[in-house]
Design a protein around this ligand. Structure first.
Ligand SMILES: NC(=O)c1ccc[n+]([C@@H]2O[C@H](COP(=O)([O-])OP(=O)(O)OC[C@H]3O[C@@H](n4cnc5c(N)ncnc54)[C@H](OP(=O)(O)O)[C@@H]3O)[C@@H](O)[C@H]2O)c1
Length: 309
């Protein structure tokens, strides 16, 4: 990518897309474009084709998707499969037809089988049954990465994919109804501190192991792949490090400076016991994460406090 290449970030206001825009700008890319959902509905094929015809982007980061937590995924599977297939089909096909030089498709670690060996290598894709609660979303994402592979194979399009682990950071969703574990805990500890509550309840036993990557690191990894990777196979993006939910809750408690107690409610589900990506392929390409968990949580907490002000 040249510094003045026209780069379209689809989903530029989301958690991932906004971080990619920040990263590109910090690296001196001057011609980054985006459209909100309202301005351009990516499920509308005609609108997408018109946009590509008029704007002729040279590079595309496909970070727009219909996303949600476990509840939304299992309640609205039809929407999750349909909307995501529509968005990615329209953008990938338009990128092909209007001769985009390179495209990066963003997936998610939920594409891997439920009972995968750990840490999860890229080659474990399609080696077993998916987690039923997010099967619709995962199937759309698998189709997206396969579509990139097949366009590369048949037409030589330089379309690549990456699969990030659990992300967190500025612009995260802190709504307790729909948020992931990290922002939910940050909010719970903050509110308990402000309201002088004696304890915070954490769902489950605290024993499951999870991996977390700061979204600015993820964006840096995505831009790095765009600049340095042309392979057919998708690439995992993560830290390769894991913490228990108990350790995570303890770090957040310290960062937020909550002095009360931490209580685990083991009547609530733990979810899968361990989920860790194998990141040796990414490290082999030459990229490694930089933001340690405690520093990343401080950053995310600061953003949350400012956002509610
Ligand atoms: N968050 C994570 O932990 C995580 C982890 C791994 C992978 N990912 C992947 O990263 C990608 C982005 O996720 P995110 O967390 O950044 O989600 P997000 O914060 O909800 O952002 C999604 C973006 O997509 C846009 N969008 C959705 N439907 C659209 C449509 N029909 N037309 C146009 N724009 C549309 C939204 O636009 P508006 O805001 O204008 O509605 C928003 O900017 C997804 O592919 C996801 O699988 C995320």
């Amino acid at each position: 990518m040249k510094k003045d290449s026209k780069i379209y970030v689809a989903g530029h206001r989301g958690l991932v897309g906004s971080a990619i825009v920040r990263n590109l700008k910090s690296k001196g890319y001057t011609n980054v474009i985006g459209k909100t959902h309202k301005e351009l509905d990516l499920t509308n094929q005609l609108e997408v084709r018109k946009f590509f015809e008029e704007e002729k982007p040279e590079y595309v980061f496909l970070a727009a998707a219909h996303v949600g937590g476990i509840n939304a995924n299992s309640t609205y599977p039809a929407e999750f499969i349909y909307e995501n297939l529509e968005i990615q089909n329209n953008v990938i096909k338009a990128a092909h037809d209007f001769k985009v030089k390179k495209l990066l498709f963003l997936g998610s670690s939920c594409i891997y089988p439920k009972m995968c060996p750990q840490p999860i290598k890229e080659e474990y894709l399609l080696s077993g049954y998916l987690e039923p609660t997010n099967e619709a979303y995962a199937l759309a994402k698998i189709s997206g990465l396969k579509m990139c592979q097949f366009f590369k194979k048949q037409y030589g399009d330089n379309f690549i994919s990456c699969m990030p682990t659990n992300l967190y950071g500025p612009n995260d969703n802190f709504d307790l109804e729909t948020s992931h574990v990290m922002p939910a805990l940050i909010r719970k500890f903050h509110e308990a501190k402000v309201n002088n509550e004696p304890f915070v309840e954490v769902w489950g036993t605290g024993k499951p192991l999870r991996e977390f990557l700061h979204v600015d690191d993820m964006a840096d990894g995505c831009v790095y792949l765009m600049e340095n990777y042309d392979g057919e196979e998708h690439v995992n993006i993560g830290t390769g490090k894991e913490v228990t939910i108990r350790e995570l809750a303890e770090i957040i408690k310290e960062v937020v400076e909550f002095n009360g107690e931490l209580r685990f409610n083991s009547d609530k589900p733990d979810g899968t016991p361990r989920k860790l990506l194998d990141v040796s392929k990414l490290e082999g390409v030459g990229w490694k994460y930089k933001i340690e968990l405690r520093d990343g949580i401080k950053d995310s907490y600061e953003w949350f406090v400012n956002s509610i002000k």
